[in-house]
Design a protein around this ligand. Structure first.
Ligand code: SF4
Length: 353
């Protein structure tokens, strides 16, 4: 595997101050490698967007990073902890080392400025020495890179379609050739044809320019097609992380299996969509055990009392799962074999190795 470019370690985020904040990220660990597309999936409210905002220190109040580290490796191989950067260092790192395409980005363009002006503003701030001609040439190059004719530089945002505005935002994010591109539901507001076109274009640009992508979406079936690895989030934690094909073919966490069962299959015969019963938990009222237990068809006694942790991958595996069904000690104690060591349901066949 290539070198890490973004390493998130034990990241904690609260919303609200005082004695009773809501813990929305609870010890997230995630690594993005050079050139990789890492998909981040989960239901609304699981903390996906908060993770992207926190990792770039763009979290608005009342969000508060209460612990953890975010290490970013720049083009020259220098590592820096984003959470420890000064404001000036942070401004320099944004767009140059890490860029973000926000949810609803196509509404983020300023309606009163032409596209060209908006594209060149960010470049000018980072490279003040560039002439007006160089800036315009770079803006034209960026537009064409995302499949828009350079003569649209003089257009206002309302003169472009939704898909074109979204491409402009992607061009803007790539303007300084960042190492890491965080994309938060970049195609949610678009129809499926445009969604596919834009994702294919991002992948083609990734192959050409060599940046790494964190692609955030609730649509895990989309990630199966474009991501190298997938991390599944639930209630502010990563509950499973593996290669995209492993998650698709053999999801091990019951929540991952439920998410996959909520979307039509990509291949094979049609099947009825199963969905996931219940609703995501109230993060202010989480018990000591597994947050998914009230919705999990395989919950055991131990699940309600002991929180499963995302341990290191088992020997010979490239997968981490936070579920007692896959806890080596509990498996050794008899879970999945009906030994009665734990009054559970046994390792269900769809989640077995
Ligand atoms: Fe279900 Fe228990 Fe695994 Fe949680 S730990 S997902 S409740 S089996």
């Amino acid at each position: 595997m290539s070198e890490p470019v973004l390493e998130i370690r034990d990241l904690h985020v609260d919303y609200g101050f005082g004695d009773d904040p809501t813990h929305v990220l609870r010890g997230v660990d995630l690594t993005l490698h050079r050139g990789e597309v890492l998909g981040l999936a989960g239901e609304s409210g699981c903390g996906k967007s908060t993770l992207a905002y926190a990792a770039t220190r763009l979290l608005p109040p009342p969000g508060l990073i209460t612990g953890g580290e975010v290490w970013l490796t720049d083009r020259e191989g220098r590592r820096s902890d984003v959470l420890g950067l000064t404001d000036a260092q942070l401004r320099a790192a944004r767009w140059r080392d890490v860029a973000i395409v926000f949810q609803g980005a196509m509404s983020s363009l300023n309606p009163v400025f032409r596209i060209g002006r908006q594209l060149t503003d960010g470049i000018r701030a980072h490279r003040p020495g560039l002439s007006a001609g160089d800036l315009e040439a770079r803006a034209a190059e960026l537009l064409e890179m995302v499949g828009i004719s350079a003569d649209r530089l003089r257009a206002y945002p309302h003169q472009l379609s939704g898909g074109m505005r979204q491409r402009v935002m992607i061009a803007m994010a790539l303007a300084l050739e960042p190492q890491v591109l965080l994309m938060d539901e970049p195609t949610t507001a678009l129809d499926v044809v445009m969604q596919r076109q834009i994702l294919e274009q991002i992948m083609e640009l990734r192959d050409r320019l060599g940046f790494s992508v964190v692609l955030i979406t609730h649509d895990v079936s989309l990630l199966v097609e474009v991501a190298d690895r997938i991390a599944i989030m639930y209630a502010g934690e990563i509950v499973e992380e593996a290669t995209a094909s492993e998650v698709y073919r053999r999801p091990r966490h019951p929540y991952s299996a439920g998410l996959l069962g909520s979307f039509p299959p990509l291949h094979g015969p049609r099947r009825e969509l199963s969905g996931i019963p219940g609703a995501p938990p109230d993060l202010q009222r989480l018990g000591p055990g597994c947050p998914f237990a009230p919705r999990c068809p395989h919950a055991m006694d131990v699940c309600r009392d002991v929180r499963p942790v995302l341990g290191p991958p088992r020997t010979g595996e490239d997968r981490r799962v936070a579920c007692h069904l896959h806890d080596a000690d509990l498996v050794a104690a008899g879970v999945g074999e009906g030994s009665g060591a734990i009054s559970g349901v046994g390792l269900p066949p769809e989640l077995a190795r």
